[in-house]
Ligand binder design. Structure first.
Ligand code: SF4
Length: 387
């Protein structure tokens, strides 16, 4: 493209704010205990990174995640979000899905009003469970009453698009306690519910406890049963199951996450954030101190901040696109796939498609191939086959 031309291809923006009040036992995101005295420097660093890395393309979605964005003091949140709000421009602001993650215990009235004032129109709450024992196992700092109160305050502040994240297959969980959590979530009428199975990630406190036999993971059969009952329960209540772990009221699918699942482009800002632009995936350093020091130093720090850089050639991009699209219940839509990658999916993936259709894990449907119900339970295995 001629440098004087404006690139009109829209992208998503992700901002990683890495501070949390405490570390949850299962979490392997880059996050660390809040250091209030360091927050202003981080905010300045992110502002500088946004100015330097802005590809000057229209923004489709913004997602403020972490970490727990709402542990930042109000003035720091304003300093991060206000330039983004200005960058969106008034006429377009309402058309952009602008999400902020929040923890039920830190989503207070002041912060929620502020988020609305700054253009945030979707709130994603890390509810995880409505069972106090399960919240303790997960080392969450909130209790079920905080979730109910946070949703009430969000509605009061004017949020009409709220997501609740929930976790199943928690040690000690039963079918009954999980369905109770699901029902209590649905009682709050969120527009979107994300239900993820607990995974034991390397280096987390929960994984250490598992090795020491202090917690017993949920057995595989129960995990599959919980997943299937989640699908039945939420779809019966009118939620569309549109991605392996995600359910939405009609018209309320998460547009930002759809960018990832369609393998489209995004800019990531902040420590540990990943970007995917012009076929190159980069990852920022997962170290808030080095990230901050590098940007406060003056010039664009370039590779002192970017620690991974991977150029994806067209075949590699096509394989990754298939991998990601399989997460969607609609699966790989051949027309969309061709538009995105230039490849013909049935020809490129004839072997994995054949193999998985034969074993009943994939099914062909008008112009697409998608996971079957049994394929959903073994999704990782099927997806790996396309890489
Ligand atoms: S609040 Fe979220 S990001 Fe922070 S430690 Fe817990 S799970 Fe991780």
């Amino acid at each position: 493209m001629n440098p004087s031309e404006t690139d009109a291809r829209p992208i998503g923006w992700y901002v990683h704010l890495p501070y949390c009040t405490t570390k949850c036992g299962y979490c392997d995101f880059y996050s660390l205990p809040t250091r209030p005295e360091k927050i202003p420097e981080l905010v300045t660093a992110i502002q500088r990174e946004a100015d330097a890395r802005d590809p000057h393309r229209p923004i489709r979605t913004v997602f403020i995640g972490g970490g727990t964005p709402t542990v930042l003091p109000a003035e720091a949140l304003r300093a991060v979000l206000e330039p983004i709000r200005r960058r969106l421009g008034e006429p377009d602001a309402g058309a952009v899905e602008f999400t902020c993650e929040a923890n039920p215990s830190s989503a207070d009235e002041l912060k929620l009003d502020l988020l609305r004032e700054l253009g945030v129109n979707r709130l994603s709450l890390g509810a995880q469970s409505f069972n106090p024992d399960e919240l303790r196992v997960l080392e969450r700092i909130h209790d079920p009453a905080h979730i109910t109160e946070a949703v009430r305050l969000a509605r009061r502040a004017g949020f009409d698009n709220v997501n609740l994240d929930l976790i199943f297959a928690v040690p000690g969980q039963t079918r009954r306690s999980w369905l109770d959590s699901l029902n209590r979530a649905m009682d709050l009428a969120p527009e979107h519910i994300a239900c993820y199975a607990l995974t034991f990630e390397e280096g987390t406190a929960l994984t250490k406890q598992k090795r020491m036999n202090l917690v017993r993971p949920c057995d595989e059969e129960l995990e599959a049963e919980l997943f299937e009952s989640t699908i039945d329960h939420l779809t019966a209540a009118g939620y569309e199951h549109y991605e392996i772990s995600n359910f939405a009221r009609p018209g309320r699918r998460c547009r930002h996450n759809l960018i990832y699942w369609n393998n489209e482009e995004y800019l990531g800002l902040g420590p540990s954030a990943v970007s995917y632009l012009d076929g190159v995936r980069t990852k920022n350093i997962a170290d808030v101190f080095r990230f901050t020091a590098a940007w406060l130093n003056g010039d664009d720090p370039g590779d002192r901040v970017v620690v991974e850089r991977e150029f994806l050639d067209p075949p590699h991009r096509a394989r990754e696109t298939a991998f990601q699209m399989l997460r969607l219940i609609e699966g790989i839509r051949f027309d969309d796939f061709r538009r995105a990658t230039g490849y013909d999916a049935p020809a490129l993936f004839s072997e994995p498609i054949e193999r998985n259709v034969r074993t009943g894990l994939l099914e062909r449907r008008d112009g697409s191939v998608r996971l079957t119900r049994s394929g959903l339970l073994l999704a990782n295995r099927v997806m790996q086959d396309f890489l």
